[in-house]
Write a protein that binds this ligand. Structure first.
Ligand SMILES: C[S@@+](CC[C@H](N)C(=O)[O-])C[C@H]1O[C@@H](n2cnc3c(N)ncnc32)[C@H](O)[C@@H]1O
Length: 275
């Protein structure tokens, strides 16, 4: 459909390059335009806006995801310059701000996997919760309590709004601050399950994840790993975790969440800890 939309503006090879770098989030389209096509960015934006009926805005991702808040700079190409939109996933509604708080539609399969693992009665610490995607999906169909921590005030505010939007007040608690500080202050030995989706810095926060998790609880440990063979990425992450962990750990499983570069993967290891 996109290829068709762009056929008057780009060659077939050029539109192939663009399509792999394209996200639609609610009524916002974000494209990463390669340097070779930057001179055509306005026409790309206008064409997408005209052809994708639900689109209200088309942005070019002008920086990588960066900084403590894991956010990116966006440049408006066509339509309205508004980076907030509503996004639906797993029967839940989310207000997201695609420039000022982390959000990725590419984690939807992992969010669904985690939501399906939750048991009634669980307490969950989501250490790097963003706008509350995992927290809200986890608690939507289960009787659980989720502490949803993020250091970015914009993300925490949106998480509060998303809790109300999904009628989960009291089940999901949005807390703004540094996860290790918050855990030290009020969440030691509280969680049956701990999510640590800040893959670049997992080792730095592992001790805090262990602190908030009860004896016998589960940690979902995300990391980035180089692997020559894709089939080895999960095993390599397990080995890495076992090298760095200070506690007795039973590995329940591991998998690739998504590719993040050539021979470079985001992985998750599920671990039951004893302490
Ligand atoms: C990769 S994003 C994950 C967001 C969320 N889990 C999701 O799937 O949408 C990482 C998040 O961690 C937050 N963060 C970074 N450092 C933090 C810290 N020390 N304590 C709490 N949150 C932090 C960032 O603001 C960002 O929203």
């Amino acid at each position: 459909m996109l290829k068709k939309a762009l056929e008057n503006a780009l060659t077939s090879k050029e539109s192939d390059e663009l399509i792999s770098a394209f996200d639609q989030i609610g009524d916002i389209i974000i494209v990463r335009i390669p340097d070779s096509l930057l001179s055509k960015k306005k026409i790309i934006g206008q064409t997408l806006l005209n052809e994708v009926k639900v689109a209200r805005s088309v942005f070019h991702q002008a920086s990588d995801i960066e900084g403590d808040f894991r956010t990116r700079s966006l440049e408006i190409l066509a339509g309205e310059k508004n980076t907030e939109t509503e996004y639906k996933e797993f029967g839940c509604k989310f207000l997201v701000d695609v420039e000022n708080a982390f959000f990725s539609p590419r984690l939807s399969t992992e969010r669904e996997r985690i939501a399906n693992l939750i048991q009634d009665g669980e307490v969950i610490t989501n250490m790097f919760a963003g706008v509350g995607m995992f927290s809200i999906m986890a608690s939507k169909n289960k009787k659980c309590t989720v502490y949803s921590i993020d250091i970015n005030p914009v993300a925490s505010k949106l998480c509060e709004k998303n809790i109300e939007l999904n009628k989960l007040v009291g089940k999901v608690i949005s807390i703004n601050g540094d996860a290790s500080e918050i855990i030290k202050e009020k969440l030691v030995n509280k969680s049956d399950r701990t999510l640590m989706l800040l893959p670049e810095r997992s080792d730095e926060f592992l001790e805090s994840a262990i602190n908030t998790t009860k004896n016998g609880g589960i940690i979902h440990y995300y990391s980035h790993i180089h692997a020559d063979k894709k089939s080895e990425a999960g095993k390599l992450s397990e080995e890495h975790y076992l090298q760095v962990t200070p506690v007795q750990s039973e590995i329940l499983g591991s998998k690739i969440v998504r590719a993040v570069g050539p021979r470079y993967y985001q992985t998750v290891v599920d671990i039951k800890i004893s302490k």
